[in-house]
Design a protein around this ligand. Structure first.
Ligand code: GDP
Ligand code: MG
Length: 195
């Protein structure tokens, strides 16, 4: 747990990595229904959803990216919900990531309101690490059912000292930019010597 599902990359690696190898682990966090699996699926280039066998869940996506002329391997983990309410499993997710996307749906205010406590849990699990954390408002395409506006998202991110972005996983809008941004953030933190 978890298995690695190869995306556009040919190789399948073990999930062992360190920031120094250029292999970065990105953990998708957030409530059920906010679009984590849709985003992960885009990243893995997977159109169909796989039946989730309990032994080998297809919930981890690896891909090589060229960002600013430098090669990077990103592994995106969509395993947060599998942890359920088991705190040891949640904690192992939080220990594993090199960067975290805290995803909510702009059409569901309750998913937005969960972010501060989620972030507190993350910062408690990783107190000494200056890791990239990005708040991500998904479903930006659903204009009429929007419950959280962009200013609220930005302002919460500012208060929590995180980055903020909005995407539409359904339309693939801003999703590639988001993952490139994650890579840049990880590199910046590394260069600052904060790992
Ligand atoms: P998860 O529970 O966080 O993994 O969320 P899913 O990826 O399963 O998405 C939940 C539902 O929201 C699915 O029906 C998706 O098709 C839909 N969905 C996900 N992202 C978007 C989006 O950007 N726009 C719209 N309109 N629907 C989306
Ligand atoms: Mg899911």
């Amino acid at each position: 747990w978890p298995s690695v599902h190869s995306g556009s990359s040919d190789s399948i690696r073990s999930s062992e990595s360190s920031p120094d190898t250029g292999v970065y682990k990105v953990m998708l966090l957030g409530d059920s229904g906010v679009g984590k699996s849709t985003l992960a699926g885009i990243f893995g280039g997977v159109e169909d959803t796989f039946p989730h066998g309990s032994e080998h869940p297809e919930d981890t996506y690896e891909r090589n990216l060229l960002v600013d002329g430098e090669k990077t391997t990103l592994i995106v983990y969509d395993i947060w919900e599998e942890a359920g309410s088991q705190s040891w499993m949640q904690d192992s997710c939080l220990q594993m990531g090199d960067a975290f996307l805290l995803i909510f749906s702009v059409t569901d205010r309750s998913t937005f309101q969960r972010l501060p406590s989620l972030l507190l849990q993350l910062r408690t699990a990783r107190p000494h690490r200056h890791i990239p954390i990005i708040l991500v408002g998904n479903k930006g395409d659903l204009v009429r059912s929007r419950e959280v506006n962009m200013e609220e998202g930005r302002s919460l991110a500012g208060m929590l000292n995180c980055k903020y972005t909005e995407i539409s996983a359904a339309l693939h809008h801003n999703t590639h930019e988001l993952l490139e941004g994650v890579v840049r953030q990880i590199r910046l933190r590394k260069d600052e010597g904060e790992h």
